[in-house]
Write a protein that binds this ligand. Sequence first.
Ligand code: 5GP
Ligand code: MG
Ligand code: MG
Length: 180
Amino acid sequence: MTPRTITLHDCEFSTYIYEEEIIARITMLAEQIDKDYEGKQPLFLAVLNGSFMFAADLLKRVSISCEISFIRLSSYKDMQSTGHVKEVLGLKEDVQNRHVIVLEDIVDTGHTVHGLLQQLNERKPASVEVATLLMKPDCLQHPLDVKYVAQAIPNDFVVGYGLDYNGIGRNLRDIYKIVS
Ligand code: 5GP
Ligand code: MG
Ligand code: MG
């Protein structure tokens, strides 16, 4: 496929991972999750906004019985009570004794997921795993075990397929990488 270039705000991006490849990877993740969670009726918690497209494409390929809910993380950092960890908003479900699978758009340093897992674990779930569309293993600063990764990427800034650059680009069907 011919690479395409777009401009978002002040930056140029070019096509990096095409929709077809993303869907192929997501299909494999869904099959793995179906096997791992058979009979467990997991609760998927998709972290908005970035994971909305990943969550939709993954979950329509998951065929086991499951629950789906959406959470947000506060943008400010509450340093007093949680030490740089973003607060979880919108979690209505009781996660105690549930098998929880967090859906994320991207794991970069791992700060976000690390803080989220700490907060979820306080609620005593039966298990918690993370499924992420993208992961930058070279940037990880926490000993995180991310069980389901659709695609590992180098340390480049990417947009599209749910991921934004200053608010725009989430609707792009392919993933684009910043042109350096
Ligand atoms: P972390 O806490 O793992 O360092 O990063 C978490 C958040 O940073 C992600 O949920 C995402 O919002 C943002 N982020 C990290 N890398 C990228 C990237 O390459 N592109 C975009 N659009 N956001 C990113
Ligand atoms: Mg995210
Ligand atoms: Mg963002």
